[in-house]
Design a protein around this ligand. Structure first.
Ligand SMILES: C[S@@+](CC[C@H](N)C(=O)[O-])C[C@H]1O[C@@H](n2cnc3c(N)ncnc32)[C@H](O)[C@@H]1O
Length: 508
């Protein structure tokens, strides 16, 4: 990385042509080894894939070298990269020669996706993982596309915007996604090596609308405003004690969860009116106090709308085990035990017994004070979202604004319809005529379940996008022989909740 730009871009063009021709695609790689071997590979074990990989052919050679991280013969690499050649690959820093073998220096693999703008595929270069290195990864490791990367890119709202900031770009995956719907993207990182890899990936995939800037947090964008900020920040809580590795890719260098509060408060200063920030984060539960109290205090004074979804809570000990192992330190070794002690001491110092993980959506109101402060726990399976959750997040934010702008009288005159992914589930005691439980179920979005009372069930059942909510309530009141005004007052809060959760869509 960091080569002469003119020479590098010419070599990158040759590499792209070779990868296209191979073709080095996810579906071609899928034919090389079994689904079981692919799953083992995702867990960091390559032995099963190594056994079954068909080493013949260009795709076999490229996958052996760049996905499994094993040397190949220079002869086979010349055949797999006929335009770039082994010398070109060495000049790009992808391999080094070792006699008649080419040894991988980087991981390079196709990444296929479907987002709001349709299907796509990129080649992404990143640092070699633990299996390929045969040792724990170094602190300067630049991560490839992992589970959290895919989670955030799925959350990303894909509406057309002018300027996006990707804070902590790593290999550049979020910036590449943002470049599909933004005029310009600024991608920042504290690691020059990450920026070099991200720039390489942008060039390899023909994307020229991303600007790369070195620096910590919001330092590289002082005084600027963005329509969208995305960040998969280095949120892993790490003891700040002697001898504990500080992995750049996951550790922001601050105490506890301060990196997440810094990104939240920093985003407040950099969001343009109407702009949205989307990030992932961890937060600590201290001294049995609900973590949402602390997260709420980070939001106070920012002037932002906020929607936080906690997806998971881990006991502190399990969290420590997970992240020590993630760094390549094996359990039941003295090193693991030393780090485990440091982690548990660090948590004990702040009274931390659990750590929450979730999605943060922030928005600067176009004008006026914030109207949205929603902190909720949704730890079940998500609904089916073919293009990710971004579309759902955008439409529920719009539904929030729509219902917020209407007082109860106005809402009663408005029309809504049941979203296309919603079904109703009724449970009966055997032989009973009336259901004991009625639930709405959301097929997409967060896959929510919403319990219904008799009146709300009847009203929702008639929300066909034609009749006003008030007219439906009036008919239902007659049917149930109850007071119309009372029924309206009972039902409207439920209608609002169903709108902001995506069960109902505004019509007019
Ligand atoms: C979890 S990785 C995310 C990479 C990529 N955006 C993704 O979604 O896969 C976090 C990135 O933040 C960078 N980083 C660490 N500390 C930072 C800081 N103080 N300011 C900006 N970036 C930082 C790391 O180098 C790393 O590339």
């Amino acid at each position: 990385m960091g080569l002469n730009v003119a020479v590098t871009s010419a070599l990158i063009a040759l590499l792209r042509d070779d990868l296209f021709a191979a073709p080095f695609t996810t579906s071609a790689i899928d034919t090389l080894w079994s689904a079981d071997a692919a799953a083992a590979l995702r867990r960091g074990h390559r032995e099963a894939a190594v056994r079954s990989v068909a080493r013949v052919g260009e795709v076999g050679t490229l996958a052996t070298l760049f996905v499994l991280g094993l040397p190949v013969t220079t002869e086979s690499l010349e055949a797999a990269l006929p335009r770039l050649g082994v010398d070109g690959a060495a000049e790009l820093g992808l391999v080094r020669r070792d006699g008649d073998r080419a040894v991988p220096l980087l991981d390079l693999r196709p990444h296929a996706f479907v987002d709001a703008l349709g299907p796509g595929s990129w080649w992404i270069a990143s640092d070699l993982g633990e299996a390929a290195l045969g040792t724990a990864i170094p602190a300067t490791h630049v991560l490839g596309v992992g589970g959290a990367s895919v989670t955030l890119s799925g959350l990303m709202i894909g509406d057309r915007v002018r300027r996006v900031l990707d804070l902590g770009t790593g290999c550049g995956i979020q910036a590449l996604h943002a470049a599909r719907h933004a005029n310009r993207v600024v991608a920042t990182d504290i690691s020059q090596r990450a920026l070099d890899l991200a720039a390489f990936n942008a060039a390899l995939n023909g994307v020229d609308s991303i600007e790369f800037r070195l620096g910590s947090l919001f330092d590289p964008v002082v005084g600027e405003q963005f329509d969208q900020i995305v960040s998969n920040p280095p949120f892993v809580i790490t003891p700040r004690s002697e001898g504990v590795p500080e992995y750049e890719y996951r550790d922001g260098g601050l105490v506890g969860d301060a990196i997440v509060s810094s990104v939240i408060t920093g985003a407040a200063a950099r969001l343009a009116p109407g702009g949205v920030a989307q990030l992932l984060g961890n937060w600590e539960y201290r001294d049995d106090v609900d973590a949402f109290e602390r997260v709420g205090s980070w939001l106070d004074g920012t002037g932002l709308d906020a929607w936080i979804v906690e997806r998971e809570v881990q006991p502190a000990a399990l969290y420590a085990e997970t992240w020590i192992r993630d760094g390549g330190t094996l359990p039941r070794t003295p090193e693991f035990d030393r780090l485990y002690t440091a982690w548990l001491d660090d948590f004990a110092a702040r009274g931390v017994d659990r750590i929450g993980f979730g999605y943060v959506t922030l928005r600067r109101p176009v004008d006026g004070a914030p109207t949205l402060r929603r902190l909720e726990r949704l730890d079940g399976g998500l609904g089916h979202n073919a293009t990710g959750l971004g579309g759902h997040i955008a439409s529920t934010l719009a539904a929030h604004d729509w219902q917020q702008a209407r007082g109860d009288e106005e809402l009663a005159l408005a029309t809504v319809s049941v979203a296309g992914d919603v079904t109703e589930e009724r449970h009966y005691w055997p032989g009973d005529e009336h259901p004991t439980v009625m639930d709405l179920r959301q097929g997409g979005g967060f896959g929510r379940t919403f319990p219904l009372g008799t009146a709300l069930a009847a009203v929702v059942g008639a929300c066909d996008g034609e009749l006003a909510i008030g007219s439906i309530c009036s008919a239902v009141a007659q049917l149930l022989e109850v007071d119309e005004a009372e029924l309206l007052a009972e039902v409207l809060p439920g209608i609002r909740e169903l709108l902001v959760s995506g069960f109902l869509d505004p019509v007019e």
